[in-house]
Design a protein around this ligand. Structure first.
Ligand code: FAD
Length: 367
């Protein structure tokens, strides 16, 4: 039986970087992935020439020069800039909140006018805001809250804003300039040939075992390598011995439409409470696609249950404490190391996961 330097559990971005760095040093890797394709959550599916972001829309953005050099040495990026649009009962507004939003909402032109309206609407809350609604209104006033924050947030959390803690929203960025670029980072874009090509290049030279759950063949697979880099959920690795970590999940509904251009923008947020989904993604616009058809995906927030994809860790006090118990256990491992968003129970954007994997390969694997 072939023996490897590393058994990489999970074929996402984190292990992709490990695979590439290991390969550069002549180390051998076997990737074990339970899905039927590599890529983790950045994997795309080709539908009629349109790359569909199967596990949620992914826009690469970073302020880290090393990470930008790293990804652009592997893939050419296009000039996509994320400028989402909010849809409130058919009224559309630019996001993030900026002069285009305010101009449309109040028919004004100048920043001083917008500031005056927002200030006049910020209701003075006695003492500290006691819930999310009070917090949001104290930051941006009633109109922005009612039309662009309330319904969206309530759908996301499945609860009334008055029943949500104020701490969920610490600040709400407001721009008094005409600028619809959602991200502040200097670098942004989508790989021209898609994320799958990037993943292919990262894992180039590795042996790959797809549709295999590592935990079901743990002993056999562990014996095949010197070290195991595990990027699945840490609680599942330990058989949930302290209990289950909580996640927020999403349900995606993909649809192929017989029209060339459905919504004119890649990302549309539905900010009213009545529309059951929070976002609609039209994938071709990430790549300036000219296909005759189009694919749209509706995103529905969902409570996470066993068997569902764990998308966002719920990093509240209770779950962080639980995670610490698992982390304590993991520190005793000699052969198995944990990484990535599921192994570390931490929300990572793509650039941050690359940064973390590069640090891991240097500091922990000494590559
Ligand atoms: P993953 O991509 O989750 O990879 C882990 C892999 O391990 C998965 O393929 C899983 O199937 C596999 N696995 C788990 N358990 C086992 C097992 N027992 N055996 C075998 N395989 C196993 N970042 C951005 O920068 N921009 C964005 O716009 C953006 N949008 C996002 C939207 C959504 C809905 C989500 C959830 C995340 C988004 N991200 C975005 C974050 C991005 O997805 C992550 O940074 C990145 O994918 C994390 O890579 P990873 O390798 O840590 O984890």
């Amino acid at each position: 039986m072939k023996h490897y330097d590393y058994i990489l559990v999970g074929g996402g971005l984190f292990n992709g970087v490990v695979a590439r760095e290991a390969g550069k040093q002549g180390k051998t890797c076997l990737v074990v992935e339970k899905r039927d394709a590599l890529g983790g959550n950045i994997m795309c599916r080709d539908v009629e020439g349109i790359l569909v972001h199967e596990y949620g829309a992914h826009i690469f953005h970073t302020g880290n020069e090393e990470v930008w050099q790293y990804v652009t040495s592997l893939a050419e990026f296009n000039h996509y800039i994320n400028c989402p649009v909010a849809n409130y009962h058919g009224e559309t507004y630019n996001l993030p909140f900026n002069m285009n939003t305010f101009s449309k909402m109040w028919g004004i032109t100048f920043p001083a006018e917008a500031k005056e309206i927002i200030e006049s609407q910020k209701q003075k809350v006695e003492g500290e805001p006691s819930n999310l609604e009070e917090q949001a209104v104290s930051l941006v006033g009633t109109d922005i809250y009612e039309k662009l924050i309330k319904g969206y947030t309530e759908k996301q959390w499945g609860r009334d804003c008055k029943d949500l803690p104020a701490s969920i929203i610490k600040r709400i960025p407001v721009r008094y300039i005409y600028d619809n670029n959602y991200f502040n980072d200097p670098h942004q874009g989508i790989p021209k040939e898609g994320y799958n090509k990037l993943i292919e290049r990262l894992y180039d030279g590795c042996d790959v075992m797809l549709s295999t759950d590592y935990l079901e063949k743990r002993e056999e697979l562990e014996a095949m390598g010197d070290k195991v880099i595990y990027t699945g959920t840490i609680d599942s690795y330990y058989g949930y011995c302290f209990g289950k970590l909580a996640y927020r999940s999403l349900r995606f509904e993909h649809e192929l439409l017989e029209e060339e251009n459905h919504q004119g923008v890649a990302v549309m947020n539905y900010t009213d409470r009545e529309t059951p989904y929070t976002r609609k993604i039209e994938h071709k616009h990430f790549a300036f696609g000219k296909q005759e058809k189009t694919v749209v995906t509706k995103e529905y927030p969902a409570e996470w249950e066993d068997g569902m994809e764990p998308y966002y860790p719920v990093n509240d006090e209770k779950n962080n404490r639980l995670f610490e118990k698992y982390r304590e256990l993991s520190r005793k491992e000699e052969k198995v190391l944990f990484g990535g968003r599921l192994g570390e129970y931490k929300y990572y954007d793509m650039d941050k996961v690359i940064e973390s994997a590069l640090r891991f390969t240097k500091d922990t694997l000494n590559l």
